[in-house]
Design a binder for this molecule. Structure first.
Ligand code: GDP
Ligand code: MG
Length: 162
């Protein structure tokens, strides 16, 4: 079986856009309205000649109710089944209480976590990414999933831990 990389984070931070960037095709559903990717969706991916299973998830909400609770559960299951996790944060918003709660869940999991500071569309926004050191997950990797900026560097790092 291939190693498994799970992509988790709040709704609308750009998880599915990042998944499509990694796949090199538009397969994951991207939506401006939060909460569209409700379940775990697994894809076969490849980077620098190494194949792995890439799992997109719905967002993880702390005060999850109803469908959101299901989404949260799916994210936790995805982490449990993963060998490594990409935790995506919207660098233009910064760390929210929800992000902090996700960090706790990720710590409990004991899985290697790569912190993706997404929506860093230009050099100027890199200062936003640096703010995410406060999450205590080590280096935030500045990425623009939309434009591809930084995505190769973070994938190289992912493959070091996967
Ligand atoms: P998900 O809910 O975390 O899967 O987020 P989506 O991938 O569906 O993206 C939510 C919204 O953020 C969409 O409107 C995307 O186009 C936008 N988005 C995603 N990545 C980026 C990025 O790197 N830069 C900018 N500016 N927008 C982004
Ligand atoms: Mg999504």
């Amino acid at each position: 079986p291939l190693p498994v990389l799970a992509v988790v984070g709040r709704p609308n931070v750009g998880k599915s856009t990042l998944v499509n960037r990694i796949l090199g095709r538009r397969e994951a559903v991207v939506e401006d309205v939060p909460g569209v990717t409700r379940d775990r969706v697994a894809y076969e991916a490849e980077w620098t000649g190494r194949r792995f299973t890439l799992v997109d998830t719905g967002g993880w909400e702390v005060d999850a109710r109803g469908i959101h609770l299901r989404v949260a559960e799916q994210a936790e299951v995805a982490v449990e089944l993963a060998d490594a996790v990409m935790f995506v944060v919207d660098a233009t918003v910064g760390a929210t209480d929800t992000d902090e709660a996700v960090v706790k869940m990720l710590r409990r999991s004991g899985k290697p976590v790569i912190l993706v500071a997404n929506k860093v569309d230009d050099q100027r926004a890199e200062a936003d990414a640096a703010m995410l050191w406060v999450l205590g997950l080590g280096q935030p990797w500045p990425v623009s999933a939309l434009h591809g900026r930084g995505s190769g560097d973070v994938l190289d790092e992912v493959l070091r831990v996967l």
